[in-house]
Design a protein around this ligand. Structure first.
Ligand SMILES: [Zn+2]
Length: 405
């Protein structure tokens, strides 16, 4: 929802924080994900090390692979007991703009050591989204529990990674919400959105786990939430827009309707890689911008998405793979499309002049979903783009620069 009265240079630099990645904690390479029962021997591996990662013994590994000695060779394929995924190599996921040298620096190692560890012949050839093994970082207090980034920020998304292979299930409790953890190759993870108006300081979160034997456990963790320096906008609204804004019952009704949809959790993850912007336009207002209307007080909770200036009728495209869960006219957000990407991740496209998709449709990134308009609470053609993670509005820009595991 954005009444846009003037276009101003977007101050991106304050918010363009790349993903801050916590150093992963184990030196080991991820096994090929398509066949979890085969492991490829990496430089530095020993039978004992592999056996302990897969929760088996050297003798069992030797029997399974008909080995007559303890000697293994880099590149050799070994069968490992199925059902016991390795503790994740904590695969560091290569981010846009990363170089092996920069990754090595951040993890206190050398380019050569990283290249060797991952069997890379050419250190220049790493791809976005690729998992890399990185060496042990003793600074990490809880090696099997990673919060990334370690200090959350208002409007940011955090990734919780639980590096335990022997769990049956796990869930995260944050902001009185329970979010199931999703199983990946040897670890569990969850995503949580941090409200753009979250209290600064420490927030409590808790992890509950059930292991393979049915034993329940839970632990509390304190999450540091840092302030985000959101810009402030002073707006003067025409009477018609003011009337909508002052109709608190209408605003609440529609917000509740949207919240009921984006608060759902679909267990199938539909997207992969970074999200793409729905169009290439000028950014006219950033996520979280706090507003004062008609000389009133500055609101505590800012803009629920980011705005792109664009011509009436300009095409708007899906930001990532997902299923359309709403495509209809609304009073405040205008013609609205909502996409469910799975795992509690949703995106929304407001004020469209025309909707070119329908509820239930699976859309691919870059697929046309509608045309830019000025419907709802809007004073000129623009596209408003929102994202939610488990019900909280989050900064969509972070999702264009960060790849989740
Ligand atoms: Zn907006």
């Amino acid at each position: 929802m954005n009444p846009r009265f003037f276009t101003r240079a977007a101050i991106l630099s304050t918010i363009l924080l790349g993903a801050i990645l916590l150093a992963p904690t184990r030196a080991s390479a991820a096994p090929p994900q398509d066949n979890p029962t085969t492991y490829i021997v990496q430089a530095g591996d020993t039978l004992f090390g592999i056996a302990s990662r897969y929760q088996t013994t050297v003798a069992a590994l030797k029997k399974l692979n008909n080995l007559t000695s303890d000697t293994i060779l880099v590149g050799q394929k070994l069968l490992v007991p199925s059902g016991n995924a390795p503790i994740p190599a904590s695969a560091y996921i290569v981010q846009p703009g990363d170089t092996l040298y920069a990754i090595a620096l951040r993890h206190g190692t050398t380019l050569r050591a990283l290249a060797d560890l991952n069997g890379l012949a050419n250190a220049n050839l790493i791809s976005e989204g690729e998992p890399l093994a990185v060496p042990i970082n003793a600074a990490v207090a809880k090696p099997d529990f990673i919060i990334d980034p370690p200090a959350a920020r208002q409007g940011g998304t955090i990734l919780i990674q639980l590096a335990r292979a022997n769990l049956a299930s796990a869930s995260l409790n944050i902001n009185a919400q329970t979010i199931p953890l999703t199983r990946a190759a040897g670890f569990f993870y969850a995503l949580a959105g941090i409200s753009r108006c979250a209290k600064i300081g420490n927030a409590a979160l808790a992890i509950s786990t059930t292991d393979a034997d049915g034993q329940d456990a839970s632990e509390k963790i304190s999450l540091a939430v840092a302030v985000t320096a959101f810009p402030v906008d002073y707006l003067t609204l025409p009477p018609a827009a003011s009337a909508i804004l002052n109709d608190s019952a209408l605003i609440k009704r529609e917000s509740d309707q949207v919240a009921a949809i984006v608060g759902k959790f679909s267990p199938a993850r539909l997207w992969s890689g970074a999200f793409r912007q729905p169009l290439t336009g000028t950014v006219t207002e950033l996520f979280g911008t706090r507003r004062s209307y008609n000389g009133g007080a500055v609101g505590a909770c800012g803009h629920e998405g980011m705005d792109f200036g664009a011509k009436l009728g300009a095409p708007a495209y899906a930001d990532a793979r997902g299923r359309v869960v709403l495509a209809q006219k609304t009073q405040v957000r205008g013609n609205l499309v909502l996409i469910d990407h799975g795992l509690g991740v949703f995106s929304g496209f407001y004020h469209l002049s025309e909707i070119d998709t329908q509820v239930g449709k699976m859309v691919e990134p870059g697929e046309l979903i509608g045309k830019v308009g000025s419907t709802g609470l809007s004073t000129g053609p623009h596209l408003h783009w929102s994202m939610w993670v488990n019900g909280e509005y989050v900064d969509p820009l972070e999702w264009t620069r960060r790849i989740m595991p």
